[in-house]
Ligand binder design. Structure first.
Ligand SMILES: [Zn+2]
Length: 303
């Protein structure tokens, strides 16, 4: 019963959650909260069950179709990138996207950063390989832990990834070793110190993405984990957690008998999912001015 973020054994039960999004298994999964660093860890870690808990319908594996929400997200990403690359010196820059699929984020980055000359994707999804190469990105098929290269990167993107691993400090240390001097790592990950986490704690809160999120941080616990990997937080900003709200709200509606959820289709295919994303995106935009929201962007540099 150790904390995946800091190794402490001072953990206490926080929630029990089911896979309400993909129904990959009817089982319940326990999440523990660490008294030392405040991170949540799944326990036990379902390490040997990746094929089962990441079904073929899993969204990361189906690139190509862009929804309205994703297009809006893209516009935001361009702003984030402009800021991120603006802080890095050099005439020719290189970037790595860990878990980048077909490399569409790097393609976005190239559109706003003409100095970006070399782009690399590391992903476990073999079906993304051809599309990534066609788009001009180098592609390594496998986990970041197994990626060996002499190349070093000015910018490393690790969006919605660190919460899926069983040793986040080791992964952060790995990417730190791949950074050029002066380089930056951009991480996006859930934050459980937020209203939706508190409201839906007992009902498979969307941010747990159970059983696929193995460790869920707060800004403070993430800062500690990064420091262990010799990375310092340059900038941390909370951002809207609409996907987590939408999952939790749909689960609530189905629990109340107001809507029916098909168990053979991912929850994000439900006709109400898109409208709920838009509603909660708007709510979080306002709420985010005075309260913590449930996703964060963290920009890191080597110490
Ligand atoms: Zn801990």
């Amino acid at each position: 019963m150790t904390c995946l973020a800091c190794g402490s054994t001072a953990t206490r039960h926080w929630a029990t959650a089911k896979d309400v999004e993909y129904c990959s298994t009817p089982e319940s999964f326990d999440y523990l909260r660490c008294a030392d660093c405040d991170a949540l860890s799944i326990s036990p870690v379902p390490r040997g069950r990746l094929g089962e808990i990441y079904p073929d319908t899993y969204y990361s594996f189906s690139p190509g179709k862009l929804s309205v929400a994703e297009r809006i997200k893209q516009a935001l990403d361009r702003r984030t990138f402009a800021k991120l690359f603006g802080g890095v010196a050099g005439d020719q820059l290189s970037a790595l996207d860990v878990g980048g699929g077909a490399g569409w984020l790097l393609t976005q980055a190239k559109a706003v950063e003409p100095r970006l000359a070399h782009t690399q994707v590391v992903d476990i999804d073999g079906s993304a390989q051809d599309a990534a190469r066609t788009a001009g990105h180098d592609f390594f098929l496998g986990r970041i832990e197994d990626f060996e290269t002499d190349a070093r990167f000015d910018v490393i993107l690790m969006l919605n990834l660190i919460e899926h691993v069983d040793d986040p400090v080791a992964v952060l240390a790995k990417v730190r070793g791949l950074l050029k001097p002066g380089g930056r790592v951009l991480v996006k990950t859930p934050n459980h110190d937020s209203l939706d986490a508190r409201l839906f704690r007992e009902h498979s809160w969307g941010g747990l993405h159970a059983p696929r999120h193995w460790v869920v941080f707060t800004p403070e616990s993430f800062r500690k984990a990064a420091a262990k990997a010799s990375l310092a937080v340059e900038r941390l900003s909370l951002t809207q957690g609409a996907p987590f709200w939408a999952v939790s709200a749909l689960e609530w509606l189905s629990r109340k008998g107001a809507v029916s959820i098909r168990r053979d289709r991912p929850m994000c295919d439900h006709p109400l999912f898109g409208p709920l994303l838009a509603i909660f995106g708007g709510i979080d935009l306002i709420r985010g001015r005075f309260q913590r929201t449930s996703q964060m962007f963290v920009e890191l540099r080597a110490t």
